[in-house]
Write a protein that binds this ligand. Structure first.
Ligand code: PMP
Length: 360
C-alpha cells in the first residue's frame, strides 16, 4: 500500500537543529577577501606535506588502513604514550561525536562551559545526550560550577582549554584540583584543539594529566597549528576502555589515506610547522596590544584568535569588518571571535577595529 504521508519520519530533534548555512564570502573594496572566521592557519600546507599527499593520491583506489597503524605508531612515539592510548578520527569534531555516541544512553548528560565550541550542543543533541551548560565566569571556565553541575546522570564533562571562542585557559593547579574531584564514572575530555599556541607555562598539557587518570582523555587536531583543516584528522589520547570505545564508534575508513599521509609528513616537518605557530603567537600579542591600546577589552588569549565582547554591537561590528573584506565569527548579542591571520591580514582587521572603537 502506498503511504499517504508526504515525507518519511525523521527524528524530532532535527527540527531544532538549524540547517547548515555556508559562510558568505566577503569582499573588500580592493577585491580582498580575508577569512578570520574559522581559526584556521593562514598559511597553506608545507611543500613536503603537499608532496606526501600527492604521492598518497596514487593509492586512492584502495581503502585506507583502517587502523592507521603507521600514524598511530608515530603519534605514540611523539607523545611518549603507549600505542593503545592513541585513537584517530575524522577531525576532533568527529571524535567528539564518537565520544558522545560512546556515552549516549537515554538520560545521559554532558556538562560543558558556555559559551564554548559551538559544535558541543549540536553533537550532543544528535547523540541524544542532554546538554548541561555552565556559564563562563569572567570569560573563563568556572570549574567549581562545572563540578557542582555533575549528577548521577553525567557521563561526560568537556573542558575546552584554551576555550573557543574566548581564548582563555585554565591553569594546572585548578584543573588538577577539579580532576581530583570529578567522580570516576564521569569521562573528562580535555579539548586541546589549540594546545600548540599555549605559551602560559601554568596552562597544563593534558597529555601529562591523563596518564594516571583512567577517566581523562585529551583531544587534539591537525586542523589548526598543523594547517590541515581540510584533510580532517584529529586524535584522542586516553586509556584503553575509552580509546577502544572511540575505535568502535568511528565510521569505517573515516580517517582517509590522504589524511594519514599528511599526518605522518606533518610530524616529520614539525619544527617548521611550529615555527609558523610562533609567528601567530607573536601576532597574537601584537594584535591584542593594539586592540587594548585603542580601548578594547580583550581577554588574554592562549589560542590563535581573540575575543571581543560586543553585546548588542556584535552584528554591526561584523558588518563593518565585512565591508573591509574581513570575515569574523559573530555570536549575536555576545561578541565576535577573530582568528589571527598573516600580519598584513591582521593590519586590515586592526584598522577596522581601531576605527570602530573610536566611534563606539
Ligand atoms: N575543538 C575546538 C575547541 C575547536 O575550536 C575545533 C575547531 N573549530 C575543533 C575541536 C574541531 O576541529 P577539527 O574537527 O577540525 O579537528
Amino acid at each position: 500500500m502506498v503511504s499517504e504521508s508526504k515525507s518519511p519520519y525523521l527524528r524530532a530533534v532535527l527540527e531544532s537543529i538549524p540547517a547548515y548555512k555556508p559562510g558568505r564570502k566577503v569582499v573588500g573594496p580592493d577585491g580582498r577577501s580575508i577569512k578570520l572566521s574559522s581559526n584556521e592557519s593562514p598559511l597553506g600546507p608545507l611543500p613536503s606535506v603537499r608532496e606526501a599527499i600527492a604521492r598518497a593520491s596514487a593509492d586512492l583506489n584502495r581503502y585506507p588502513d583502517p587502523g592507521a597503524a603507521e600514524l598511530v605508531t608515530r603519534l605514540a612515539g611523539h607523545l611518549d604514550v603507549p600505542e593503545e592510548h592513541v585513537a584517530l578520527g575524522a577531525g576532533s569534531v568527529g571524535m567528539l561525536q564518537q565520544l558522545l555516541e560512546a556515552v549516549g544512553e537515554p538520560g545521559a548528560e554532558v556538562v560543558y562551559a558556555w559559551r564554548s565550541f559551538e559544535a558541543y550542543p549540536l553533537l550532543a543533541e544528535l547523540s541524544g545526550v542532554t546538554s548541561v551548560r555552565v556559564p563562563l565566569r569572567d570569560e573563563i571556565h568556572d570549574l567549581e560550577a562545572l563540578l557542582a553541575a555533575i549528577t548521577d546522570d553525567t557521563r561526560m564533562v568537556l573542558v575546552c582549554n584554551p576555550n573557543n571562542p574566548t581564548g582563555t585557559a585554565v591553569r594546572e593547579r585548578e584543573l588538577v584540583d577539579f580532576l581530583d574531584r570529578v567522580p570516576d564514572h564521569v569521562l573528562v575530555v580535555l579539548d586541546e584543539a589549540y594546545r600548540e599556541y599555549v605559551r602560559d607555562p601554568e596552562v597544563p598539557d593534558g597529555v601529562t594529566l591523563y596518564r594516571d587518570r583512567p577517566n581523562v582523555a585529551v583531544l587534539r587536531t591537525f586542523s589548526k597549528a598543523y594547517g590541515l583543516a581540510a584533510v580532517r584528522l584529529g586524535f584522542l589520547v586516553g586509556h584503553p576502555p575509552v580509546t577502544d570505545a572511540v575505535r568502535k564508534t568511528l565510521v569505517p575508513f573515516a580517517v582517509n589515506h590522504l589524511a594519514q599521509a599528511a599526518g605522518i609528513a606533518s610530524l616529520d616537518a614539525e619544527a617548521e610547522l611550529l615555527e609558523r605557530v610562533e609567528t601567530t603567537v607573536k601576532e597574537r600579542e601584537r594584535v591584542r596590544d593594539a586592540l587594548v591600546a585603542s580601548g578594547w577589552t580583550v581577554p588574554p588569549t592562549e589560542a590563535n584568535f581573540v575575543w571581543l565582547r560586543l553585546a548588542e554591537d556584535t552584528l554591526d561590528f561584523a558588518a563593518a569588518c565585512a565591508e573591509a573584506g574581513v570575515s569574523v565569527r559573530p555570536f549575536d548579542g555576545e561578541g565576535a571571535r577573530v582568528t589571527l591571520g598573516t600580519p598584513e591580514e591582521n593590519d586590515v582587521f586592526l584598522s577596522v577595529a581601531t576605527a570602530y572603537a573610536k566611534r563606539r
